[in-house]
Design a binder for this molecule. Structure first.
Ligand code: IDC
Length: 402
């Protein structure tokens, strides 16, 4: 307020001064001043007009820029959105960096946000026999190019080179450590599989299992991407009761070191009788899932029905091993049955892991037996099982390329 008044007073004083100079010189001075004032006035007006014009163009320009930006964003977002929708439709858990530690809610495997989803991946062959495929390049390639988000490390407990028979325990544990580390670096989940098979009953090597899981879970505690499978395939008449009694001893050992990692428990008859587990599940533990295995050329509707009935009855099922050939791991492929299995697993959001990551001369191996490389695979390096798996995982039904 005060400042305005002072300015006004100054202005009127200057005017009076100019009008008092009534002579030629005075006229001249007044004329000069008048011209100068006119010039200043014109300058001010043109500056104002110019800036006003500029200003009026600015929002227009900004609007156009914003629009263009929005359109580029939209263009960028559209494929991202489509991809997200596709993923949502597919129920795939992307990776540990996105989904964090997994847990079990009802019958479902869920991510850290509680969203249910599937893991899809590949199992190694016995790591004692095919250690060369436990390598970081290959794991990275499987994640990036095959959309694999889980690797299963199969460690046989019996057979030749088995952990509880004549295998080199330290070497085997070292392979597991490396596999767990490579999976972490390559942003995938990993299953540590105590692969009983010819040893039929997990109780046979229970003492060693207890020591092994105690040691491993101490080392891997706090690693969110590690999942434990405590007995691959009980068989040879091993009952659910016997498996339960083994699980009731092994699970507390794991829980003492890792309070909430997902633990997968095998079921009778080569992990097929999930109905028995559904009728009498383990009690008192969280984050437990139950194993079902199938080989599509052998196991068809009847086993699919057993699986869906068990899930419908409330059992969380994880298919930690399957093949699209017969149960020997060889023989012919049944693609129609394989597709029927995938369809029902997708429908029920059942996670699944294909057997096996090797070039062994058997149908279930995903690499051709003539191919010795251990990473950098191309389409022509894949066996029939490998091609099917690659196309299924990457959703390319036509000839895909690596
Ligand atoms: C098979 C391998 C084969 C190996 C054999 C050892 O493919 O090369 O000689 O084990 O006995 C399973 C088992 C899995 C089998 C697989 C195929 O979990 O170890 O691997 N299979 O027979 N259950 C059903 C089939």
């Amino acid at each position: 307020m005060r400042r305005g008044n002072t300015d006004a007073a100054h202005g009127s004083g200057r005017c009076q001064e100019g009008l008092q100079k009534d002579n030629w010189e005075g006229h001249e001075i007044v004329g000069k001043r008048y011209r100068r004032l006119k010039l200043i006035f014109l300058c001010v007006i043109s500056v104002c007009c110019f800036s006003a014009c500029g200003k009026s163009e600015e929002p227009q320009q900004a609007r156009e820029d914003q629009q263009a930006e929005k359109e580029t964003d939209k263009e960028k977002e559209e494929p991202e959105l489509a991809q997200k929708q596709e993923e949502e439709q597919e129920h795939r858990i992307p990776a540990p960096s996105v989904s964090g530690r997994l847990s079990v809610k009802g019958t479902q495997l869920v991510d850290e946000q509680g969203e249910a989803g599937q893991l899809k991946g590949i199992s190694t062959h016995g790591i004692a026999w095919f250690p060369q495929y436990v390598n970081e390049e290959l794991f990275g390639e499987l994640h990036r190019e095959w959309d694999v988000n889980v690797i299963r490390l199969a460690m046989y407990t019996a057979e030749s080179g088995g952990y509880c028979t004549d295998g080199d325990k330290e070497e085997l544990k070292e392979l597991l450590r490396r596999g767990v580390e490579y999976a972490a670096v390559q942003d995938m989940y990993v299953i540590v599989d105590w692969h009983i098979l010819s040893d039929n009953d997990p109780n046979l090597h229970k003492a060693e299992a207890l020591t092994f899981f105690d040691e491993m879970t101490k080392e891997f505690a706090g690693m969110d991407h590690v999942i434990y499978e405590i007995c691959n395939e009980p068989n040879g008449g091993t009952s659910w009761g016997e498996i339960k009694s083994y699980a009731n001893e092994v699970i507390p050992v794991i829980r003492a070191n890792d309070a909430d990692a997902v633990i997968i428990v095998g079921t009778p008859n080569w992990s097929q009788y999930v109905n028995e587990a559904a009728a009498d599940p383990l009690v008192g533990f969280e984050n437990i899932m139950y194993t079902l295995h199938f080989y599509a050329a052998t196991h068809t509707d009847a086993l699919r029905d057993t699986m869906t009935a068990a899930i419908d009855a409330g059992l969380p099922v994880f298919v930690t091993e399957y093949g699209i050939c017969d149960a020997s791991g060889s023989g012919g492929i049944d693609e129609a049955q394989a597709d029927a299995w995938i369809q029902v697993m997708d429908e029920y959001k059942v996670s699944c892991v294909a057997w096996n990551l090797s070039n062994k001369e058997e149908t279930s191996a995903i690499f051709r037996s003539s191919v010795d490389k251990v990473s950098g695979f191309a389409q022509e390096d894949l066996s029939e099982s490998g091609s099917w798996l690659y196309q299924m995982l990457t959703k390319q039904k036509e000839e895909g390329s690596l």
